[in-house]
Structure formats: C-alpha cells, structure tokens
Ligand binder design. Structure first.
Ligand code: ATP
Ligand code: MG
Length: 396
C-alpha cells in the first residue's frame, strides 16, 4: 500500500495519534473512528467518524474508505472486527486480536508457543478459584479475562482466607453478567502465580506481511500504582538477558504470524529467568522512547508493517528515559514548560486531550543522553518540575 493510501484507525487516543503523525510523514491519509469528535487522533486525521467503538455500521464506513485498517486498543468487539475484515485488510488480524483481548486465551497461546509464563488456571466459579489457588500457591493474582488495563480488574490473594472475598470482588467485575460463567467462549477469570520479579521489561517487535521481523532494544519499566511511570532504555540487564527477551518477543510475533507492531511485557527474576506477562497487538506506551531514540519509531514501523513495506532499522541512537505525564502533572507542566524545555535532550509530547483527569495519560517526556545514568539525571530534573505532591520524589 503506497503512500497516498488511506489507513483507517479504530480508536482515537494517543497511540492512534502518534501512528497517524508517523503515517502523515510518509504521505498516507488517515481515517479514524472515536466517540469523541476532538479525540487526539481525530485532531490529526483526514477523515473522522464520530461513533461508539462498538458501532458496527460506523466501523463499516471506516473500512469502506480505508485501504488497510488498524486499531489502537485491543478491546475491539468481535462483530466490529468481523465487519472490518469483510471490507478491508485488518492488521494485526482478528485472530491476533482474539488472543490479545482474553487473558486466558493469551496465556494458553503463549504457553503453547513454548514461551515461559507464570503458572495459571482459568477460573469460572468459587470452587474453581479455591482449587486453582491451592494449585498455583499463594500469593496469587486473580485477573478478569477481559477488559483490564493499568492494573484494573486484578486482585491479590495472600492465603486461603482471601478466597471468598476475592470471589465476591470477582462477581462484581462483569456488571449485568453476574450469572454467566464465561465471557465469549471462555471462563471469566484467570488466576496467576506471583512472579517474584526484580525488573519489569518490555520489547517492541514488528512483523510485516512478508514475515520479516525486527525487534527493538529492551525497555525497563517502572510502574507506580499499576500505571506505567517511566521506561529506561537500554534496560539495566545483562546482554544475555536482553537478547533472550528480544528472542522471546520475536518468537511470539512469528508464532502468532502477527502483522503489525506488538508490545511484549516481561518479568525478570533475580536468577535471570524471564516470563512473558502479556502482549499488546499495537504500539505500546513503553515504546514511546523510539520516536526520538531509535532510527525508526514504533509508530512508523507499525505503518510500515500494516502497509506491507520493508521494516526500518531499530537501532538505538542514544540512551533514553521516558516519563508519562498524567492528568495530575499537567498544571505543573504548564507552569514549568520553559524550564522543562531548557533541559538538554528533552522532548515534550502532549496528546491534545481536553480534560486532565487524575491518572489519565496526557503526554510524555523523552530525555536522551550519552548514557542511561545521564538520561536518568536529566529525567530527575524534569520529574522535579512536574511531579505531583503525592508522587515519590525519585524519578526511578
Ligand atoms: N503474575 C504476576 N506476578 C507478579 N506481578 C504481576 C503479575 N501479573 C501482573 N503483575 C503486576 O501487575 C501489573 C499489571 O498487570 P498486567 O500487565 O497483566 O495488567 P494490565 O492491567 O493489563 O496492565 P496494562 O496497563 O499493561 O495493560 C504488572 O505490570 C505487574 O506489575
Ligand atoms: Mg501490562
């Protein structure tokens, strides 16, 4: 699909916006669908459809004017995915979406591909939860099979005494569906053993329709209150661990035969063992550093894959630290923007969301330097300017 073609993007958030901006550099046209007429991606699109994300008729209108359709969130409803695929090429495919949007299917698929995952059990009832917890051991984490993000839809169990309360919590997680045991074709919950990780890592991997893959440097991710706070690249791990993490991501992209960019989240334990936690079938928040720090950004790479073009170099040009700007950081960012932009190597991204609600992802900072240590020192200066009163003072 040559430049000048139209890329349809389902969902109008920042991932769509940054994909659209990368696509525009190469002369592509962008159509997007989102319920908000002023959504971040809608602001930079050529064609906007304002409709609910599960509106099949609107999805058909998007597909009808698009040469290829992609999406920026994984909870694409099955009828929407089917309608899109009838009318357009959808990348990554609905098969990949189906795996990514259900944690049970996702873990089963990862395990079937031979990738290391935490012990897990599908759970559909109190009795199953009790049995599963006894098998995987405590502490363990109960997650909804569908719909979770930023740690929502998760509950820890520390011992057998927590089982009943956890099931009560679970029963309230699918409003209107309290009596059903399954979402789609499977159980509504998954129970996972706790991985005693020392680092959370992620790898962005890309695969094009010709089956070529390319993999980015490993990012080290710091979450605060379950929300990604910062990514440090290259991750402070041994070269062997970094290579192993990249190899796992490539195996996943190849095993899924995915076309597009995937964000693969991993855990690293003290004895240098890696576990795959989950993957996103799209550019990932922990890959934002690639915009300035790599030869090809994850967004341009995504455009290349979905348009069937050769992949770009993933070389790291300089070490980087990325910090997310949440709603509570925005007033301070505005007040300090002149000081912020005076920090050497700092790049500011603001997504154009009207309302700066607490914990909402509003923008990010990427700080480049000659070394990770220097990037972290500059990131600390930036963090001191934007952090909210209840944020920890240390950037990492
Ligand atoms: N099995 C596990 N063992 C230990 N910690 C875990 C486990 N699963 C999840 N976590 C912790 O909870 C966080 C959120 O979990 P996970 O990434 O599965 O869910 P999410 O809400 O979908 O997150 P995201 O915002 O990345 O979509 C992880 O980053 C990790 O810190
Ligand atoms: Mg996650």
């Amino acid at each position: 699909m040559p430049p000048g073609s139209t890329i349809g993007i389902l969902g109008g958030g920042q991932l769509g916006r940054m994909t659209a901006l990368a696509a525009r550099h190469m002369g592509y046209r962008i159509a997007t669908l989102d319920p908000a007429p002023d959504a971040p991606c809608a602001q930079v699109a050529d064609h906007r459809f304002t409709a609910a994300l599960d509106d099949v008729a609107a999805a058909r209108r998007l597909a009808a004017i698009s040469d290829v359709v992609t999406y920026e969130f994984e909870n694409v409803a099955e009828p929407v995915a089917a309608a899109l695929e009838e009318l357009a090429v959808v990348r990554p495919s609905s098969r990949v979406l189906a795996v990514a949007q259900n944690r049970v299917r996702e873990k089963e698929t990862l395990a079937a591909l031979g990738l290391p995952v935490a012990s897990f059990r599908p759970v559909a009832s109190l009795a199953e939860l009790e049995a599963a917890a006894a098998e995987v051991g405590y502490p363990c984490l109960l997650k909804t099979a569908t719909g979770g993000y930023d740690g929502k839809g998760q509950r820890w169990l520390h011992g057998p005494a927590d089982v009943v309360a956890a099931w009560e919590w679970a029963s309230a997680q699918y409003p209107g569906q309290e009596r059903s045991e399954a979402v789609g074709e499977g159980p509504r919950f998954i129970l996972e053993a706790r991985v005693p990780f020392v680092r959370e890592l992620s790898v962005i991997v890309a695969r094009n329709p010709q089956g070529m893959t390319s993999v980015y440097p490993v990012a080290e991710n710091i979450h605060r209150r379950q929300i990604l706070h910062a990514s440090i690249v290259p991750a402070r791990v041994s070269p062997a661990v970094a290579q192993a993490a990249q190899a796992l991501a490539v195996r996943l992209a190849e095993g899924l035969e995915a076309v597009g960019v995937l964000g693969v989240e991993l855990f690293l334990t003290a004895d240098d063992r890696l576990y795959v936690n989950e993957f996103a079938p799209r550019p990932h928040n922990s890959g934002h550093y690639t915009i300035e720090a790599c030869a090809t950004s994850q967004f341009q790479q995504h455009v290349r894959t979905v348009c069937g073009l050769p992949l770009g170099s993933t070389d790291l040009l300089r070490p980087a630290v990325m910090i997310n700007l949440l709603g509570q950081h925005i007033p301070r960012m505005h007040a300090a923007v002149a000081h912020l932009l005076a920090i050497e190597g700092l790049h500011l991204h603001v997504y154009g969301k009207a309302e700066a609600r607490r914990d909402r992802k509003m923008g990010h900072l990427t700080i480049l330097a000659e070394s990770v240590e220097e990037a972290l020192a500059r990131a600390q200066q930036a963090w001191d300017l934007v952090r909210a009163p209840d944020d920890p003072p240390a950037v990492a």
